[in-house]
Ligand binder design. Structure first.
Ligand code: FAD
Ligand code: NAG
Ligand code: NAG
Ligand code: NAG
Ligand code: NAG
Ligand code: NAG
Ligand code: NAG
Ligand code: NAG
Ligand code: NAG
Ligand code: NAG
Ligand code: NAG
Ligand code: NAG
Length: 531
């Protein structure tokens, strides 16, 4: 037995003996788990070196470091029994085998950005596998591919690509601290999606640890499971690494940001944007973000609509395109900046010009806040009067979300709705993300903000997709429904399953039945096996 694990066991046994007779007379889950781990610990990769118990001095700092949502950094959030920070695949295999044997739930954490904190909290006894140490990115410029370990962040992926080439990139999200473990397995939308699709659309191989603790690649897992992990989430196993196809980007791209208030025709511009942004040349991505600008009184408040763009070309190529299809915006050369693609990732992450790309390697999200997200898909343009009443509702609220509208179309419409679990393809004009964040998390503050989010979500229902009212899995929202038992039924889970996955939900549940019939890999919104 690994001496460290054996020492922990001794401590635990004595704690149980002194505190509870009944626990002392039968083996506790924790003891058995540790004992199992030590049996599976390889001498060359001792698991004790990466195992943290609550008594370990680093336990809290490791637990908290990637709790990105302060809502869950609270004393009422249940803690895991153990945290494992694997440095070798064998650690993950052992953790799966021993958790399964002892009925412990596993939560896997990559970047920790899950909107509902599902990668590090639970209502049942659980352990965390935190992938922070498995984050290498190996770029092969000759073949235009890369192997990315699941604990890497988007910033690390972008950095390592740019380190090798200024004409290769990857289509994924905007926030550099987001982890590829969660992001790629839930889809992955970003500024390159109109040309290249989702992150998940560009995955060509993967290594995964299955419910038996066996490592599979694309060939050995088969095409159904490989399909499911590219958008279907954490229900099928633990992703060790992804092989991705890199995409071409020009040496120079152009970004711009143009803001308009209601007095500056923001409503008319946004209304028009809906008809054209999804039909633009696929090299052009223009998103729109609405923000309430509070005045001294509600009557003085306005809405700011910010048009933010990435164009895969130069300013002189961009201006005629905009003049032709969106002259009302009045885009001028001085609104635009040419830069490298990698610098554009900094730009969209909110860094100021001049910042070194080394910041992409910083895994700390700043500033951390309390937040809540929700999502919608829009299939019919919202009318001018529709927007006017939405603005009234947003301004009337005590707290209002930022509304981020990301255009679809282009490659997104060319990929079949069944090609990956992400079903929101042709027929969708744009996605909406409602994002509310706040500081100071008194219970009432949080309750009020969550309530405001529900109100605006209800208010939006006439304007967005229906039957089902679709949602994006990476903007996880437990208001859509929750399961708190491992044996939940397919029917119960369909309530939110159909929103996230539409007709793909059934296939996901069929694959789940094949690869994990006892629903070992489960969480509050996982795919149940279809029996
Ligand atoms: C500030 C911010 C910005 C964002 N920007 C974007 C964006 O531009 N585009 C976009 O599409 N999304 C965006 N998101 C959403 C983001 O894609 C999801 O929250 C994503 O799931 C986060 O991945 P993670 O690894 O950081 O999170 P985690 O919390 O670590 O994981 C999320 C989920 O994936 C599971 N998981 C993690 N790693 C693995 C693994 N190796 N194997 C199996 N399951 C695993 C976890 O258990 C959990 O259920 C953003 C989120 C935030 C907070
Ligand atoms: C506890 O576990 C050990 C080793 O797994 C086993 O030998 C022993 O019989 C168990 N004791 C009880 C009370 O179950
Ligand atoms: C746990 O804590 C001890 C002492 O605080 C430390 O020596 C040990 O390395 C820690 N365990 C891990 C896995 O770091
Ligand atoms: C894990 O350890 C084995 C044996 O020591 C080694 O061959 C392998 O490369 C390691 N894998 C990782 C991902 O570190
Ligand atoms: C490119 O791919 C081929 C085939 O998979 C492989 O043999 C070759 O080593 C790769 N090139 C590099 C530079 O890794
Ligand atoms: C690539 O990374 C290395 C090591 O971090 C660094 O020294 C080098 O300057 C980088 N090259 C480029 C082109 O970014
Ligand atoms: C708003 O639009 C109207 C008509 O489309 C136009 O006459 C007016 O100049 C615009 N105002 C601004 C500030 O762009
Ligand atoms: C990218 O940003 C760095 C740091 O600001 C700057 O030195 C460099 O010139 C920029 N390169 C391009 C092509 O935009
Ligand atoms: C990473 O970012 C955080 C937050 O902005 C900052 O406090 C920290 O100093 C940075 N770390 C490094 C190594 O730059
Ligand atoms: C979409 O498909 C059409 C027809 O097959 C093709 O001409 C077009 O280039 C495709 N667009 C993208 C972005 O893949
Ligand atoms: C929180 O809300 C409850 C019930 O609405 C109220 O009784 C309590 O005073 C509030 N607490 C604070 C600190 O505002
Ligand atoms: C799930 O299991 C619990 C006992 O573990 C049982 O009470 C409950 O009825 C089961 N639910 C379903 C939907 O099978």
């Amino acid at each position: 037995m690994d001496p460290f694990v054996s020492a922990i066991l001794t401590i635990l046994v004595s704690v149980f003996m002194s505190s509870s007779i009944s626990l002392a007379t039968s083996n506790s889950t924790s003891e058995n788990f540790l004992s199992c781990l030590s049996t599976h610990s390889e001498p060359s990769n001792p698991i004790s070196a990466v195992l943290y118990t609550p008594t370990n001095s680093s336990f809290s700092s490791i637990l908290q470091s990637t709790i990105q949502n302060l809502r869950f950094l609270s004393s009422t959030t249940n803690q895991p029994l153990f945290i494992i920070t694997p440095t070798n695949d064998s650690h993950i295999q052992a953790a799966v085998i021993c958790s399964s044997e002892n009925g412990l739930q596993i939560k896997v954490r990559s970047g920790g950005h899950d909107y509902e904190g599902l990668s590090y909290r639970s209502n049942v006894e659980f352990i965390i596998i935190d992938l922070r140490n498995l984050r290498s990115v190996t770029v092969d410029t000759e073949n235009g591919t890369a192997w990315v370990e699941a604990g890497a962040t988007l910033g690390e992926v972008y950095y390592h690509i740019a380190n090798k080439s200024n004409t290769l990139g990857f289509p994924a999200g905007l926030c550099p601290t987001v982890g590829v473990g969660g992001h790629f397995s839930g889809g992955g939308i970003g500024t390159l999606m109109r040309k290249y699709g989702l992150a998940a659309d560009n995955i060509i191989d993967a290594y995964i640890v299955d419910v038996e603790g066996i490592i599979l690649d694309r060939k050995s897992m088969g095409e159904d499971l490989f399909w499911a992990i590219r958008g279907g989430g954490a229900s099928f196993g633990i992703i060790l690494s992804w092989k991705i196809n890199l995409v071409s980007v020009p040496p120079t791209v152009t970004v711009f940001e143009v803001s308009r208030t209601l007095n500056q025709n923001a409503t008319q511009l946004l209304n028009k944007w809906q008809y054209i942004a999804n039909k633009f040349d696929e090299d052009l991505f223009v998103r729109a973000v609405s923000i309430v600008e509070s005045g001294a009184t509600k009557a003085e408040s306005t809405i700011l609509v910010v048009f933010q763009s990435l164009f895969l070309g130069s300013i002189t190529e961009l201006l005629p395109l905009m003049q032709q299809s969106f002259p009302e915006l009045g885009l001028q050369a001085q609104d635009c900046t040419e830069m490298s693609w990698i610098n554009s990732t900094l730009y969209f992450a909110g860094y100021t010009v001049g910042e070194s790309i080394d910041v992409l390697l910083n895994r700390t999200l700043q500033p951390k806040a309390f937040y809540k997200g929700k999502s919608d898909f829009v299939t019919q343009p919202i009318s001018l009067t529709g927007f006017e009443s939405i603005w009234t509702e947003l301004i009337a609220g005590n707290s209002s979300p930022v509304i981020i509208m990301d255009p679809l179309g282009g490659r997104m419409s060319n990929i079949s709705a069944t090609a990956t679990p992400f079903p929101h393809r042709a027929g969708n004009l744009y996605t909406i993300q409602y994002y509310m964040y706040w500081q100071g998390g008194g219970t009432n503050t949080t309750t009020d903000h969550l309530e405001s989010m529900k109100e605006i979500y209800n208010f939006m229902s006439p304007y967005v997709s229906k039957s089902p009212r679709a949602a994006y899995f990476n903007y996880k929202d437990l208001d859509l429904g929750i399961i708190d038992v491992r044996n939940t039924s397919y029917t119960e889970a369909s309530v939110w399953g159909n929103k996230y996955f539409k007709n793909n939900f059934k296939k996901l549940a069929v694959v789940k039945k094949k690869v994990d019939p006892t629903n070992f890999f489960w969480d509050e919104q996982s795919i149940p096996p279809l029996h």
